[in-house]
Design a protein around this ligand. Structure first.
Ligand code: 16G
Length: 281
């Protein structure tokens, strides 16, 4: 996870972004002695500082002129480096205001534990939030009815929201829950799982399918990043302790925000027993 920027000077207005000061930068990072074009070396250095958490999301970078002096390169080189990081979605250049870091907190998510988004963020000291796009009820589509094991005509609640970590958009989530478990989607303002648990419907087990994708223009706009950026499409099917299906969720997670981590264990039959190893020696 990202740590607070060590060398950022808080601006006078606490809500305003901090400006990154010079000692953070390594002026040896860009050198004409290396084969890589100067703008790529500069972009690489800034990328490492951003990805390593040394410069935080929403921090402002110094002006082009200062960066050029600091790294002894031309302003054209600085401009090209900033543009390539902007194209990658790591920076945002705002007319008249400057250049700002636009990197979400990076979250490592174990794949073997069933948790809610709110719990995932809380366990990392981040505040979970949602921007609601839709909360509706309706008749299950044939696709939803088949997956959720419903009869045709049964009703479902649909929740569509952008999930935020410390105010930064991380994922777009489309959840469908049979109405018998959640008759009023308006009852969910924070955590869906908290509302379901309070109603006695405990998310007990889930199956998840992950696939690589890239963000459409609409998705990128909602996630405050560039169209075409890498993303993970996740479909989760969550079951009750009784085996019935509780929710179907299809989400798009920003590829630059999430690392999904899986624990692997040696399967039992291939662990050599003491007897085998002694026999072989
Ligand atoms: C996670 C789940 C989602 C669940 C949500 C509930 C994945 C891929 N998805 O985002 O299925 O609906 O948590 O979160 O892990 P909430 O209780 O904070 O609303």
């Amino acid at each position: 996870m990202r740590s607070p920027a060590r060398n950022a000077v808080p601006a006078a207005d606490p809500a305003a972004p901090a400006v990154v000061v010079e000692p953070l930068f390594d002026n040896q990072a860009v050198s004409s002695a290396r084969a890589l074009p100067l703008y790529m070396q500069l972009a690489q250095h800034l990328r490492q500082l951003i990805m390593g958490g040394a410069i935080n999301d929403r921090d402002a970078l110094p002006a082009e002129r200062e960066l050029a002096e600091r790294f002894s390169v031309s302003r054209v080189t600085v401009r090209k480096a900033l543009q390539s990081l902007t194209d990658e979605g790591l920076l945002q250049q705002r007319q008249g205001a400057g250049t700002f870091v636009s990197a979400p907190p990076r979250v490592e998510q174990p794949l073997s534990v069933l948790t809610s988004f709110t719990e995932d963020m809380q366990s990392r000291g981040l505040t979970a939030g949602s921007v609601w796009l839709d909360r509706t009820t309706g008749t299950a589509s044939s696709d939803e009815a088949l997956i959720l094991g419903l009869s045709l005509g049964e009703r479902v609640s649909r929740l569509r929201r952008i999930r935020l970590a410390n105010g930064v958009p991380m994922a777009i989530e489309n959840s469908v829950v049979p109405s018998r478990f959640l008759p009023d989607p308006g009852a969910v303002s924070g955590s869906l799982y908290d509302v379901l648990r309070a109603r006695g419907h405990i998310p007990h087990r889930a199956l998840q399918r992950l696939s690589a994708t890239s963000l459409t223009e609409d998705q990128a706009r909602l996630l405050d990043t560039q169209p075409g950026s890498p993303a993970l499409h996740i479909e989760r099917r969550t079951f009750l302790p009784t085996g019935g299906m509780l929710e179907l969720v299809r989400s798009s997670y920003r590829g630059d925000a999430y690392d999904f981590v899986v624990e692997l264990q040696l399967s039992a039959p291939s662990i050599p027993s003491r007897h085998d190893s002694e026999a072989g020696s």
